[in-house]
Design a protein around this ligand. Structure first.
Ligand code: GDP
Ligand code: IMO
Ligand code: MG
Length: 425
């Protein structure tokens, strides 16, 4: 049984926690897209880990973790993450961490371009994580990028890196930006390459042979469906396919090998960065921030918060082919008396079931809400579906109806153990 776990909203749905929970019964955990823009939090045995590039399966012993060809890797960030995990007692070796030789490399120059582009956009900025993600994927599409295979031979690496820095600096000068220091880039990449070299391999036969041998593979999505470059709130998106299709192109596994697709969603909605957010609500945002919740795992930025958006989730469930939803942060609604769920958008005289494509149309959309009664009690110590208050169970079931996809589990706290299976009938 190979399972794909995808964020169904705008990221930070709790994918790390869900992956960690499912890893117990998996053999291989693979990332297929994104880069260190991701921040996946796992709380296991009282210890908190935030993972950016390394699959969350690394926290379990004896699992093979793969960073697939579709991921963009900043070698220095990856080395720092390996050291961060080792400091916390996690064992990392070429036996449990494999890096695709075809994954593209994020260079310091990409981060500079990312920051400069954001600055140039002024109040039209995307609100990127400034990790160089967009410029690296742009280079991949322009066929000028470096790949992890280029790190394999130090002599060759120096040559290709010098050539790439030269052309990148010419581009920067043309754009009126200062040149990057070639020595800084060279030193950083060469040093990190020495650490990463033993982990770099052709991961495609590894993952496919594991599947052939009957092993269980878990695919860890990054970001969320509405940040997908094709289906999201373009241009306020990231630069990869965060949806189900990205898993196949980013790992070299055929769609026919995926058995189950789980959409992770919060019991409400959050978004970091700019862009449309029809159900945004400052009152619920202030309330959640007051509880110390909803601050970005990568940037520390307060996340924008709002009610569940059935339009977004319905669309997301459709283009991702979700078999079930894994709802997290249900406990975040414990003290809300009247909970709103958006069932449609009103755009002028029209009622929309699915999101519009055009930014100007997004701006015209108003949420149509249904209100359901809250449960007004602490559910964080509940361990079974039966124990949950009736209003809470009714909310979860109604949520599934509006989205058109059943909720298969709910999270009642951040810890590995705080996950409750929901009967699907
Ligand atoms: P990811 O990027 O999708 O992995 O999500 P993040 O780690 O960025 O953000 C999710 C946040 O919600 C983290 O702080 C998690 O520890 C927390 N979290 C996940 N599930 C639950 C839950 O069921 N209840 C509570 N209280 N926190 C949760
Ligand atoms: P995880 O995996 C939330 C957002 C940024 C910005 C947009 C583009 O933790 O859910 P980028 O740096 O990718 O070019 O930024 O995408 N973004 C995320 N938001 N969670 C993430 O990852 C995100 N990764 C990127 O905030 O709006
Ligand atoms: Mg996150």
């Amino acid at each position: 049984m190979n399972t794909l776990v995808i964020g169904s909203q705008w990221g930070d749905e709790g994918k790390g926690k869900v992956i960690d929970f499912l890893t117990e019964t998996a053999d291989v955990v693979a990332r297929s897209q994104g880069g260190s823009n991701a921040g996946h939090t796992v709380i296991a045995k009282g210890q908190k880990y935030v993972l950016h590039l390394i699959p969350s399966g690394i926290l379990w012993e004896g699992k093979v973790n793969i960073i697939g060809n579709g991921v963009v890797i900043n070698p220095t960030s990856l080395v720092e993450e390996i050291e961060y995990l080792r400091d916390k007692g996690v064992t990392i070796s070429p036996a449990n961490l494999l890096i695709s030789d075809r994954a593209h490399v994020v260079l310091p120059i990409h981060k500079e371009i990312d920051a400069a582009q954001e600055e140039a956009l002024g109040d039209q900025k995307i609100g990127t994580t400034k990790q160089g993600i967009g410029p690296t994927y742009a280079d991949k599409a322009r066929r000028v990028g470096l790949r992890m295979i280029d790190l394999a031979d130090p002599v060759r690496l120096e040559k290709v890196l010098k050539a790439r820095i030269k052309t990148a600096n010419e581009e920067l000068v043309r754009l009126g930006w200062p040149e990057a220091d070639p020595k800084v880039t060279l030193d950083a990449v060469m040093t990190a390459a020495d650490v990463l070299r033993p982990h770099i391999t052709n991961t495609i036969p590894v993952i496919n042979n594991a599947i052939k041998a009957g092993k269980t593979v878990l695919f860890e999505g990054a970001q969320g469906a509405m940040l997908d470059i094709d289906f999201g709130t373009y241009p306020f998106v990231t630069s990869s396919n965060t949806s189900a299709g990205g898993c196949c192109t980013g790992s070299g596994v055929a769609p026919t090998r995926i058995d189950k697709i789980i959409g992770v969603c919060k019991a409400y909605t959050t978004r970091v960065g700019e862009g449309p957010f029809v159900t945004e609500d400052d009152e619920i945002g202030d309330y959640l921030h007051g509880l110390g919740r909803e601050f970005g795992a990568t940037t520390g930025r307060p996340r924008r918060c709002g009610w569940t958006d059935g339009v977004v989730l319905r669309f997301s469930a459709m283009f991702n082919g979700f078999d079930e939803m894994a709802m997290t942060n249900l406990d975040g609604l414990d003290e809300i008396e009247n909970i709103k769920i958006c069932t449609g958008y009103r755009m002028g005289d029209e009622v929309l079931e699915y999101p519009p494509a055009l930014m100007e149309d997004w701006a015209k959309c108003e949420p149509i809400y249904e209100t359901v009664p809250g449960w007004m009690q602490d559910i964080s110590s509940c361990t079974t579906w039966e124990e949950l208050p009736e209003n809470c169970k009714a909310y979860v079931k109604r949520f599934g109806e509006i989205v058109g996809c059943p909720v298969g589990s709910v999270g009642v706290g951040p810890d590995r153990e705080q996950t409750i299976t929901v009967p699907l009938n």
